[in-house]
Structure formats: C-alpha cells, structure tokens
Design a protein around this ligand. Structure first.
Ligand code: PEP
Ligand code: MG
Length: 328
C-alpha cells in the first residue's frame, strides 16, 4: 500500500476522464520543501512566512528576522524548488498564530477580528517594506508569486500593489537584479472578500481560498475551539456555495485559483472540490500522494454534473449523503 502510493510520485494528477489537476504544496520548513519536491508538487502554493517570525532560534528570541535573514530563507525556498513556482505569503501573524516576537498586539479583545495579516503589514509599513524587499530580491532566483493574507476588500490590494511597485523601483535603483514583474494574489478567507470579489478581482493576478479562516468567519466558529465540535465544518451549505461562487468568478476573469486550507489535503473532500470546479489544490506534502490517488480515481465530468445536487443539499448530513453516493 505504501509502496503503491510511493509509485505515484512520478505520475500525473489526472482524473479518469483526463483532466489534469494541479497539486501545490503548503510548505514552511526545509523538510517540507524537500518533500514537496520529491512528491512531484507543481510548486509551493503557500509558504507561511510567519514561521520565520514565530519560531526564532533561542539566541534570537524576541528579535525580528531582518532583510538578509528573510532574503536567505526565500531564496533557499526558490532554489529548493528548482524552477517550480513558489508562492510566498506575506506576514500573517496574530490570532491563532501565536507570536513570540512581540509584533502582534496582545490583549486585543477579539484577536481573530483584530490587527492581523495584511492589516498589520499595512499599519507597519517599515516592516512590510523589509519583507517585500526580501521577497522581491528572491525573484531574481526563480519564479515567485506574492500572496496577501486576510484581504477584506479592494483598498488593501491597491495599497499592497502600490507599495510593491515602490519597493521594486527602489531595488532596481540600487542595482538588484529582480524579476520584471511578480504576480500578486489575494487569500480569499474573509467573507467580504469572497462576496465582493468582483470589486477587486482585477487587482489580483491569482487567488487562493483559505478555507480554515473562511469557515471560521463565515460560520462565526472559532477554528481553535474544540467545544464547537461539528459547528466548525466546511460541510456547511453556505461554505460550499461561497467556494463555488469564488471558483466561478475566478474562471470568468481567467484568474488561477487554488484552495489552500486543510480541506485541500483531505482526500475525502476531493470529490466535493472537483464537483465545485476546483482545478488547483495546495496541501501539506504529507498527504499529497493520497490526494493524487483520490483524484486519479475520480471522474471529473461526472462530478461536475452533480454539482447542482451538491449545492442543493440542505445540511451537513445531506452533503455527507452526496459524498457517500459519489464515493469510489
Ligand atoms: C487558511 O486560512 O485556510 C489558510 C490556508 O491559512 P492559515 O491556516 O495559515 O490561516
Ligand atoms: Mg488563514
């Protein structure tokens, strides 16, 4: 069984009816990157840079990684993927991402609704410029995309784009060899961004749905609170409907779109995501081969034809019955 899975490392992620699905890796450590490369990931779909800020070596405790330290980490990531695209997410510290750097505010009454993600970056443009400089310098070593967390609407994308342009100009003036252009994408994980996507999709080059937070904010259910049990679940009709709408908008506007929340790494959800029209998954490399195996057993057109039935399910039990019927 393990051996059979191992053999899939060099196989395409193709459904039985011949549709190619792109599997990106979520990676934060050197080990993840090596594993992603070995399993045949299309690239890194989510590199969570907060890990550089949160997990400091003991001697660097309570310091922030400076431009050089960040640059080396991003460059090594790019080199480790040998020409496959890497998607570097700008700092998303705060709320469930506990912080020992002292950067995130403490004592916020509602940290999940507080100054986190791109909000924190735009309120500390000194730190944000340092991070953008480090990321942009890494674009000289291979294909890089920039992903912005916790976008709630158009203003944030415009602000990030303007800052990026400014930092690109500054780096060129200083003689750095950086890429001509860098794609900038938005995480779709705040409900307002999903619902009002048309208002700023033109300001994005690609999209990535963060279902971990999208489920939390849409259902008002803390992603870390185990007392909520089944309430925190992607198998809610509102969640599926919103994912479906975002996928359709991305297709209309020809924007590449992945799902990078935990559901992308669970083979059980693969039929649901394919039915909704998803063609790119970003997942922890540890389950990449299992998801590849699941996708290779699924019939894309048959699932697409059952999307309407899935979207008509009225509750979790109904969605689970749909899943049981399409299960292979
Ligand atoms: C998400 O919210 O789904 C996501 C992928 O980001 P994180 O888990 O880092 O918040
Ligand atoms: Mg998130």
């Amino acid at each position: 069984e393990r051996k059979q899975l191992h053999r899939l490392r060099r196989e395409p992620t193709r459904t039985v009816d011949g549709v190619d699905i792109k599997l990106w890796a979520n990676a934060e450590s050197r080990e993840d990157v090596a594993e992603a490369h070995a399993q045949g990931a299309a690239g890194v779909g989510l590199y969570r840079t907060e890990f550089l800020f949160m997990h400091r070596p003991p001697e660097l405790r309570r310091t922030l990684p400076d431009e050089e330290e960040q640059f080396r980490a991003y460059r090594d990531l790019v080199l480790g993927m040998t020409g496959r695209t890497v998607t570097i997410r700008t700092l998303d510290i705060g709320a469930d991402k506990a912080d020992e750097s002292g950067l995130a505010l403490t004592g916020e009454p509602n940290p999940a609704l507080g100054l986190r993600g791109v909000r924190l970056s735009l309120s500390r443009t000194d730190l944000f410029r340092t991070q953008l400089r480090a990321i942009l310098r890494a674009t000289g070593y291979g294909p890089v995309r920039i992903l912005v967390p916790m976008v709630s609407g158009r203003e944030e994308m415009l602000a990030v784009r303007a800052l990026t342009r400014d930092v690109q100009r500054e780096l060129r003036e200083q003689g750095h060899a950086i890429a001509e252009s860098v794609p900038i994408g938005a995480m779709i994980e705040v409900p307002s961004a999903a619902i009002a996507l048309q208002t700023f999709i033109a300001e994005t080059d690609f999209l990535s749905i963060g279902t971990n937070d999208l489920v939390q904010y849409l259902l008002a259910a803390d992603r870390t609170n185990e007392a909520l049990g089944d309430l925190y679940s992607p198998l809610h009709p509102a969640v599926l409907r919103l994912i479906y709408d975002v996928i359709r908008a991305a297709r209309t506007h020809r924007k590449p779109l992945a799902v990078c929340g935990e559901i992308a790494g669970d083979p059980m959800f693969a039929p649901v995501l394919l039915a909704l029209g998803l063609e790119e998954f970003s997942l922890h490399p540890g389950t990449l081969l299992e998801v590849r195996r699941a996708v290779r057993a699924l019939d894309h057109s048959a699932l697409r034809a059952r999307a309407a039935t899935l979207l008509r399910a009225r509750d979790r039990a109904g969605i689970e019955r749909w899943l049981a019927r399409v299960a292979v």
